[in-house]
Each structure stands twice: as structure tokens, then as C-alpha cells.
Design a binder for this molecule. Structure first.
Ligand SMILES: Cc1cc2nc3c(=O)[nH]c(=O)nc-3n(C[C@H](O)[C@H](O)[C@H](O)COP(=O)(O)O)c2cc1C
Length: 222
């Protein structure tokens, strides 16, 4: 039984390469979603399918640090995080997006990503990733940095555009008027398609991701 209302929307064409876009806004079809549709169209133009996963507008509980997921490979909170986690292996690239809330990502996305990455970031290792943010006016780069930090601790290469991935506006209509933001998203989709294809070609040529190393954890104790 899922506690959060969420939605999955398939975009583009059927192909063997697929990108997951996680919409962390409380608005299913708001500014963040609009940015994601531009990325999805751009990916489709390059022959890559995508899926938009809306985390919903119900409360997403935070990580309790209980360790249940380490043993059971699922979260003790049975919600949309458990729905998505086993599907991560299906995707070749990831975009996580949020509305800016007080110069940060939404509280719901932050909780969602804490639990998803703690439980199963391995399934996304060496898959290209990008964060996108939408805001009315300010705080975009702080939220952008925050989301990128999940990727840089998970050995996920970050794909960029010709500006930090932000779109401005309070809703879908306003976001589409931000033509620079729209271009940023369009190029981001194109660049992600290129990186995904380059990785696939490398794999064909026998160049595979480096072996995973066991993590050394010193906890600042000497
Ligand atoms: C709780 C809350 C906090 C917000 N904080 C900011 C902010 O710090 N900076 C800003 O420019 N807009 C802020 N906004 C406005 C949203 O970021 C903006 O409307 C965004 O584009 C909405 O995207 P969405 O339609 O995908 O939800 C805030 C909105 C809410 C509800």
C-alpha cells in the first residue's frame, strides 16, 4: 500500500535507452515538470525514451537511519521510494528536479533522495545524472548544488548545459517564457543523450566502469 500519491508518465519513443526524470515538486504539472518535458523532448529527438516520475504531494518521510534497507533492500517506510528503487537498473541516465523552496530543494525531494540513495545508489553508479531546479526569483544555484551532491558521492558523472540548470517562473506558463531556461533544458537533454551514447559505445568497445572499491570510513577518528 503506497502512502504517497505519485504519477509516472512515459515520454518520447520506444528505444533501448531510457532516462528517468524525478519531479520533486509538489505540483505535478508546474514549472519543474515543464523543464522536464523540454529535456524529454530533446532526448526523444536523439532517440532516447524517458519517463517522468512525480514523487507526489503527500508527505515523504525522512530517513530514520534504522539500517532496515541494508538488510532488506527496501525502506521500512513503504512508499514511492520502494516503488522506484527496484526499477533504477532499467535506466541509463537520471534527472532529479525540484522547485526551489527557501533556496533549497523541496523537503519532500530531499527526504526522497536521502532514502533512495542510501538504499540503492549502487544501481545508478556510472550512469550520467543532472539536477534541474525551478524558481520564481532566487536560490536556484544553492538548490542545484544540493541535488548535485547526491551524484558526486555516488560515482555518477554529472551532465551539464550552457548554464546552471535553472528555469524561472511560478508555474508552467511562466517557465516557458524563460527562453534562456528553456534553452538550458533543451541543451541539457541533448548533452545527456550524447553522454549516454558515448558510454554505450565505450561499453561495446570493452571499456567498462572501474571496479567498485570498499569504502574506507575513518569517521574523523585517529
Ligand atoms: C515553500 C515555498 C518556498 C519557496 N521558496 C522560493 C525561493 O526561495 N526562491 C524562489 O525564487 N522561489 C521560491 N518559491 C517559489 C517556487 O520555487 C516557484 O514558484 C517554482 O517555480 C514552482 O515550481 P513548481 O511549479 O514545479 O512547483 C517557493 C515556493 C514555495 C511553495
Amino acid at each position: 500500500m503506497l502512502s504517497a500519491a505519485f504519477a509516472i508518465e512515459k515520454k518520447g519513443i520506444d528505444s533501448d535507452m531510457k532516462v528517468l526524470l524525478v519531479n520533486g515538486s509538489p505540483h505535478e504539472h508546474g514549472a519543474t515538470y515543464t523543464a522536464m518535458t523540454v529535456i524529454a523532448e530533446s532526448l526523444a529527438a536523439e532517440g532516447i525514451e524517458s519517463e517522468i516520475f512525480w514523487i507526489g504531494n503527500q508527505a515523504v518521510g525522512g530517513c530514520m537511519g534504522c539500517g532496515y534497507c541494508r538488510k532488506e533492500k527496501r525502506c521500512v517506510r513503504n512508499d514511492s521510494v520502494n516503488e522506484l528503487s527496484p526499477r533504477l537498473a532499467e535506466f541509463d541516465g537520471f534527472v532529479f528536479g525540484s522547485a526551489v523552496h527557501y533556496a533549497a530543494s523541496s523537503g519532500a525531494l530531499s527526504s526522497f533522495m536521502d532514502r533512495l540513495f542510501y538504499m540503492n545508489s549502487f544501481a545508478m553508479r556510472f550512469k550520467p545524472a543532472a539536477s534541474v531546479v525551478s524558481c520564481r526569483r532566487g536560490g536556484a544555484t544553492a538548490a542545484f548544488d544540493e541535488i548535485n551532491k547526491y551524484f558526486t558521492i555516488s560515482e555518477m558523472p554529472i551532465v551539464s548545459s550552457n548554464y546552471w540548470n535553472q528555469i524561472h517562473g511560478s508555474n508552467a506558463e511562466e517557465a516557458m517564457q524563460d527562453t534562456e531556461g528553456v534553452q538550458t533544458m533543451r541543451l541539457l537533454g541533448r548533452n545527456m543523450a550524447y553522454v549516454i551514447k558515448a558510454f554505450a559505445a565505450a561499453k561495446e568497445a570493452g571499456i567498462c566502469p572501474p571496479e567498485r572499491e570498499k569504502k574506507t570510513m575513518t569517521n574523523f577518528i585517529r
